[in-house]
Design a protein around this ligand. Structure first.
Ligand SMILES: *[C@@H]1O[C@H](CO)[C@@H](O)[C@H](O)[C@H]1NC(C)=O
Ligand SMILES: [Zn+2]
Length: 397
């Protein structure tokens, strides 16, 4: 080889190496700055179960086409905010006697916030097989706080709550998989990046009006979401393997969409039959449609809105419990199914009830920031001060 050829080859090699080094350092920088890869449009041929699903109303697999009525219908009942003695009694009554068609106990999901929560009752819900999930420590002052929350803020709010639930309610943190933002206010990529860093597997804060008939199935954020962004900013980055359980809206009596049952502006009158029929109408959009999981999202306070609200709700779920293909489960159990969908009975086994012994203690502690007194019921041992964001175990500082 001639010297000049060698020189040119050498030059090419040097330039190639330099540009590789450059792109490497750019990638590293992006990682350090927390710049995430942009989500690309989803192609079903590239995004496959169990760990990837495009955002749409398609059946879990095209093989289910024409067999919609053999897809198990999941119903996910969720309650937000503090669990206390009063609403705990309602939750017990509500789920009392409900057994799924496979013989496993029916369950709901509790998105807990910290203040005024009775951790001994959280422990009881957990041991009864319900799903415990996160709704932040402080619940925040309003939507601005959450709309602009950066990754560390969200990690702190939800990470501190994980610690509190482990310490005061004996909930195994590995069993805590989901979150819902207060006011359903997400903050774009940040919410989902923080959730992923915390080791969570799903978020259920994102309402959809566009995909209610047919309804959207849960999906992952590997690729760009097609979901309508009702309370933005919504994520644009790719968060591989992280699930969104969309809050498929209900329709009230005037035709308006509501992300949560208690957010419906025109619910029916306080009448058992009217309330019951209204719930059936909303349910049937899913059950007689593509069988996308049917969410019943509310706060326990809804039961106090009228004489018949609790009764109608109970009548409705008791009625669904007579169906041979309707399953009441926590969201994470439902997602297990969505990852590995089958026709007919969805699971091989019932989940084991967790062992989490709890000796109830009543505590009277002070909130450091304001000096307010707080009563708090926890498992085993009282904290020294009222637990909060920067001191989740309530230690004497
Ligand atoms: C979200 O991440 C994408 C990809 O890195 C970026 O283009 C976009 O600006 C980010 N959005 C916000 C609000 O930070
Ligand atoms: Zn709330």
């Amino acid at each position: 080889m001639k010297y000049s050829t060698l020189l040119i080859l050498g030059l090419i090699l040097t330039v190639a190496l330099m540009s590789e080094a450059k792109s490497k350092s750019k990638k590293q920088k992006n990682k350090q700055n927390g710049i995430l890869p942009m989500a690309e449009p989803c192609k079903p041929s590239k995004c496959k179960l169990p760990d990837c699903r495009c955002s749409d109303a398609a059946l879990p697999t095209s093989k289910f086409q024409g067999k919609e009525n053999q897809i198990p219908q999941f119903v996910t009942i969720t309650f937000d905010d503090a669990v206390n003695a009063v609403n705990f009694a309602q939750y017990e009554l509500l789920f009392d006697g409900l057994i799924n068609p496979d013989g496993c106990g029916a369950a709901g999901t509790f998105f807990l916030s910290h203040e005024y929560t009775d951790y001994v009752r959280v422990n009881a819900l957990y041991r009864a097989g319900h799903e415990i999930a996160l709704h932040s420590v402080t619940h925040g002052d309003g939507t601005d706080y959450w709309r602009s929350a950066d990754v560390p803020t969200i990690e702190r709010e939800f990470g501190a709550q994980l610690k509190m639930l482990e310490t005061f309610a004996k909930v195994n943190p590995k069993k805590i998989q989901g979150m819902r933002l207060p006011f359903l206010q997400i903050s774009g990529n940040n919410t989902f990046e923080a959730a992923r860093r915390l080791g969570l597997t799903y978020d259920s804060s994102w309402p959809t009006q566009k995909f209610k008939d047919p309804a959207m199935w849960p999906y992952t954020l590997d690729y760009k979401s097609k979901q309508d962004c009702q309370i933005g900013p919504c994520p644009e980055a790719s968060i591989p393997g992280f699930w969104v359980n969309p809050m498929v809206t209900w329709t009230d009596t005037e035709g308006y969409s509501c992300s949560m049952i208690d957010a419906c502006v025109y619910p029916p009158e306080d009448d058992m039959d009217e309330l019951f029929d209204w719930m059936m109408e909303n349910f049937n959009r899913h059950y007689l449609g593509n069988r996308a999981p049917f969410g019943m999202y509310l706060h326990a306070a809804w039961f106090s809105r009228g004489r018949n609200y609790f009764g109608a709700f109970k009548k409705f779920i008791n009625h669904l419990n007579t169906y041979s293909d309707v399953y009441f489960t926590g969201i994470s159990r439902m997602l297990e199914y969505v990852r590995k969908p089958t026709l007919g009975s969805p699971f091989k086994d019932c989940p084991d009830l967790p062992e989490a012994e709890c000796r109830a203690v009543q505590c009277h502690v002070q909130k450091m920031s304001t000096g307010e007194e707080r009563y708090m019921t926890v498992c085993d041992k009282c904290p020294s001060v009222y637990p909060w964001l920067d001191n989740p175990l309530g230690q004497q500082l």
